[in-house]
Design a protein around this ligand. Structure first.
Ligand SMILES: NC(=O)c1ccc[n+]([C@@H]2O[C@H](COP(=O)([O-])OP(=O)(O)OC[C@H]3O[C@@H](n4cnc5c(N)ncnc54)[C@H](O)[C@@H]3O)[C@@H](O)[C@H]2O)c1
Length: 401
C-alpha cells in the first residue's frame, strides 16, 4: 500500500468536528497528524474525541512543518481574515490544500492561487460539499452518459430556515465577551448598501452543481441579472447580545442567466425560507428527459438525498401519466468506504469530499474536481450577480479586470 498522506487541520470548531475531521480519520489513505486551533482548548477537545496525537495553537507553524502533505483550512472567515492568508502560506510551503469557501472574496485572487498551486504540482479543493453527495455524482454521470439528452435548462434552489428566527445570531461564533473591536458590516439600512450573504455563503455549492451540469453539454453562462433582498430587517448580531439590531444583508436572492448556447439557468438562495437542511434542489432538464436531485433531510425517514428521473420522450399514443418522476436507486459505489448508514448529511457528504481529494492526490493524475479554478468560476458568478444587483443591469461574463 502507498504511503499514507499526512494531514494537518487548522480550525477545530463546529464544522471541523461535524464534517472535516470524521472524513480524515475514517479514510485509510491518510493520517490526521495534528489538530490546530488558536483556542488550544478546542484543539485538545477535538484531538481527544477523534484520537489525534498532536495539537497546536499556531497555524503558521503547523503549515510550515515539513512532515505534512495536506493542509485543511477550516476556520471562519467573516472578513477575509483567515482563508486566503492561510491558504497562500500552505501553497507556499508545498502543501495540497482543502479550504472552506470562500477561498478569497475576489475571484481574481482565487485564480492566482490556483495557478501558483498548479505550477507546484499541488492539488486544491474547496468545500463545495454538495457536488460530492452520491446523488449529485450519480446525476453528473447520468448526464455525461446522455440520459437526458442535451442539458438546456437548470434550476438551482438553496433554501433553509437557518436564520428565520431573528434571535439566531448573525455571527455564528460563540463569544464569551462582547467583541467590540470587530469591524461590523450590514448596518447601513440603505437598500443599495445591502451586504452579500446568502448569495455567496449559501448559493455557491448550488451554482457549482449547475455549472458542472451545463458544462457537460459544453455550455457556459453568458450573462445574468440578479436581485438581492433583505427580508428580515432586525436580528441579533452576536450570541452575547440581548437585543436585536438593524441589519441589511442579502437573506434572499434570485438570478437568471442565459447561456452561450441560448439555454437558461436560474438560482434562488435564501436562509430565511422554510425548509430543512441542507436545503438543495438541483434540477436539470434536457431534450430527452430530466433529473432532479434533492438534498433535504426528510425528518420522518432520515433520508438525506433523493435522485429522480423523468423520461421526457412522449410518443404520440402515450398518455399524460407517461411523464412521471421516478426515484432512482443510487449505487453504493458513490459512497466513501468510511461512510456509516446513520451519518447525517454533513458527515456523510463531507466524507465523500475528503475521500475524493485523497484519491486525487494519491493517484498523482490530472483529475482534480471542485478545485480553486472551479471555485473561482463560481465566485466570478457571485461577483457578477452582486454587480448586476448594484448597477441594476445584465452583466456579461467573463467579468473584465
Ligand atoms: N461547506 C459547507 O457546507 C460548510 C458548512 C458549514 C460551515 N462551513 C464553513 O466552515 C468554516 C468553519 O466554520 P465553523 O462553523 O466550524 O466555525 P467555528 O467558528 O465554529 O470554528 C472555526 C475555528 O477556527 C479557529 N480559528 C480561526 N482562525 C484561526 C487561525 N488563524 N488559526 C487557528 N485557528 C483559527 C477558531 O478559533 C475556531 O475554533 C467556515 O468558513 C464556514 O463558512 C462550510
Amino acid at each position: 500500500m502507498a504511503k499514507k498522506l499526512r494531514v494537518g487541520i487548522i480550525g477545530a470548531g463546529r464544522w471541523s468536528k461535524r464534517a472535516h475531521i470524521p472524513g480524515w480519520v475514517r479514510s485509510d489513505l491518510c493520517d490526521l497528524v495534528v489538530v490546530c486551533d488558536q483556542d488550544e482548548e478546542l484543539a485538545r477537545e477535538a484531538a481527544e474525541i477523534f484520537g489525534v496525537a498532536e495539537i497546536s495553537a499556531d497555524a503558521e507553524a503547523t503549515i510550515r512543518r515539513d512532515d505534512l502533505d495536506v493542509i485543511d483550512v477550516c476556520t471562519r472567515d467573516e472578513h477575509g481574515e483567515s482563508h486566503e492568508p492561510l491558504t497562500a502560506l500552505a501553497i507556499e510551503y508545498g502543501k495540497h490544500v482543502l479550504v472552506e469557501k470562500p477561498v478569497a472574496a475576489d475571484f481574481h485572487r482565487v485564480k492566482e492561487l490556483s495557478e501558483i498551486a498548479k505550477s507546484k504540482g499541488l492539488k486544491t479543493k474547496v468545500g463545495l460539499t454538495f457536488r460530492y453527495a452520491p446523488a449529485i455524482q450519480y446525476m453528473f454521470d447520468l448526464v455525461r452518459a446522455g440520459k437526458i439528452g442535451t442539458p438546456w435548462l437548470y434550476n438551482g434552489y438553496e433554501q433553509n430556515s437557518q436564520w428565520l428566527n431573528p434571535w439566531y445570531p448573525q455571527d455564528k461564533r460563540l463569544f464569551k465577551e462582547y467583541p467590540a473591536e470587530l469591524p461590523w458590516v450590514g448596518t447601513d439600512p440603505d437598500p443599495k448598501a445591502i451586504e452579500v450573504a446568502s448569495l455567496e455563503g449559501y448559493g455557491a455549492p448550488t451554482i457549482d452543481i449547475g455549472l458542472e451540469l451545463i458544462g457537460i453539454g459544453g455550455d457556459d453562462i453568458e450573462k445574468l441579472v440578479c436581485q438581492m433582498a433583505n427580508l428580515l430587517h432586525e436580528r441579533r448580531r452576536y450570541n452575547v447580545d440581548d437585543h436585536l439590531s438593524t441589519i441589511n444583508w442579502d437573506d434572499a436572492d434570485m438570478w437568471i442567466a442565459r447561456t452561450r448556447k441560448g439555454n437558461l439557468f436560474s438560482m434562488q438562495s435564501s436562509f430565511v425560507t422554510v425548509g430543512n437542511y441542507p436545503g438543495i434542489t438541483a434540477w436539470i432538464y434536457g431534450d430527452r428527459g430530466a433529473l432532479k436531485a434533492t438534498l433535504i433531510t426528510d425528518p420522518e425517514t432520515g433520508a438525506i438525498q433523493k435522485l429522480e428521473y423523468a423520461d421526457g420522450w412522449i410518443t404520440e399514443d402515450a398518455d399524460a401519466a407517461a411523464v412521471k418522476y421516478r426515484e432512482l436507486e443510487i449505487p453504493d459505489r458513490y459512497w466513501n468506504p468510511g461512510h456509516q448508514p446513520d451519518d447525517e448529511w454533513d458527515t456523510a457528504f463531507y466524507g465523500c469530499l475528503i475521500q475524493n481529494f485523497l484519491e486525487e492526490i494519491a493517484s498523482g493524475g490530472e483529475k482534480n474536481e471542485g478545485n480553486f479554478e472551479q471555485s473561482a468560476r463560481v465566485q466570478e458568478l457571485i461577483n457578477a450577480a452582486e454587480l448586476s444587483h448594484r448597477e441594476e443591469r445584465w452583466v456579461y461574463l467573463p467579468l473584465k479586470g
